[in-house]
Design a protein around this ligand. Structure first.
Ligand code: RIB
Ligand code: CA
Length: 322
């Protein structure tokens, strides 16, 4: 068995973040050394509680959860509680997890971990925590192994405006600061690929029939999210953006893309837009690897096989309906 890759997951749980955490924590390829919470889908208090809920489902409360930035670098926080529910988990309003507490200091945790060892970061929310960590101690990022960020939109319309995707729209100053100062290529997982990752009613019904507590949790927290997708975009099912960033980190063959310079628009009508200079008009050094194609069926197989590895037999039938 190959050595597990050490990773920090920076997220704003959030329903799809929670599915991404399930995937990461059930993946034998990863060692999740910590979860850092950033303001985004919900305020960080709810984000922290929701991370603990997912850890409890997997009996993984030993993994530390750190609260990070409560608001974007410059803009006011605009949450996505219309999409993820007031509680951030589809208004299931789960009981508070007893015997486990979140910690403060996400930014310092990121810096201290990078100072100590080589580690990767998978960012599933606005990049405010990452920007603050670079601002505070850029040198330790020499120890960063790989950086994957779910965010942006290349050729597809946004989900917060005609051009802007939520994570980079919430904090465009933080996002652009990271794109310009990380010092490593950002593997950018935009809406162009994540919109192809849909939990359909068939798959959700198949998950329900696994009679597995994790499956029950997924069905419960996605109900609100499925209703939102129908009302908002006329989609049957729900797009799960964040798990693709985790799956791609584990297996790069799931997505293909190209190297490019990217910047995030910080002001004005196109605020939050990712300008992807694919044709190299500006001749700037490439700060990103933009993933614009995905094998969505293979992703779904991997997601189900990893999260429900105990239900091997039933999964075989479930895979026929994907
Ligand atoms: O635009 C989708 C992204 O914004 C996802 O990460 C979702 O969880 C929200 O954070
Ligand atoms: Ca997210």
């Amino acid at each position: 068995m190959e050595k597990r890759r050490k990773v920090i997951i920076d997220c704003d749980p959030g329903i799809d973040d929670s599915l991404a955490l399930l995937l990461a924590l059930k993946s034998e390829e990863l060692e999740v050394v910590g979860i850092t919470i950033v303001c985004g889908n919900v305020p960080i208090k709810e984000g922290g509680e929701n991370a603990l809920k997912t850890l409890e489902i997997l009996k993984a409360l030993h993994i530390p959860v750190y609260l990070g930035e409560e608001k974007p670098l410059k803009r006011q926080l605009v949450t996505a509680q219309d999409t993820h529910g007031e509680d951030g988990l589809g208004e299931c309003y789960f009981e508070k997890i007893e015997g486990a507490e979140v910690k403060e200091g996400a930014v310092d945790f990121i810096i201290d971990t990078l100072r100590k060892e080589k580690v990767s970061i998978i960012a599933l929310g606005p990049l405010t925590n990452i920007a603050k960590a670079i601002e505070k101690n850029k040198k330790v990022f020499e120890n960063l192994e790989e950086f994957v960020s779910m965010g942006g939109a290349f050729r597809i319309h946004g989900n917060c405006s005609p051009v802007a995707e939520f994570n980079y729209w919430v904090d465009p100053h933080g996002a652009d600061y990271v794109f310009q100062n990380l010092g490593h290529k950002i593997h950018m997982i935009p809406l162009d690929v994540t919109r192809k990752i849909v939990l359909t009613p068939n798959i959700l019904e198949g998950i329900r029939r696994l009679n597995n507590p994790i499956g029950e949790y997924i069905v419960k927290i996605t109900k609100f999210y499925v209703d939102f997708h129908w009302k908002q975009e006329g989609i049957i099912g729900c797009v799960i953006n964040d798990p693709l960033a985790v799956a791609y980190f584990i297996d790069k063959s799931l997505c293909t893309g190209f190297s490019s310079y990217v910047e995030v628009v910080k002001e004005g009508v196109a605020v939050g837009q990712t300008i992807v200079d694919k044709e190299d008009f500006w001749r700037k050094s490439h700060n990103s690897l933009v993933l614009n194609e995905v094998n969505s069926k293979e992703f779904m197989y991997r997601f189900l096989e990893t999260v429900f590895k105990e239900n091997h037999e039933t999964l075989r039938k479930l895979k026929e309906v994907i």
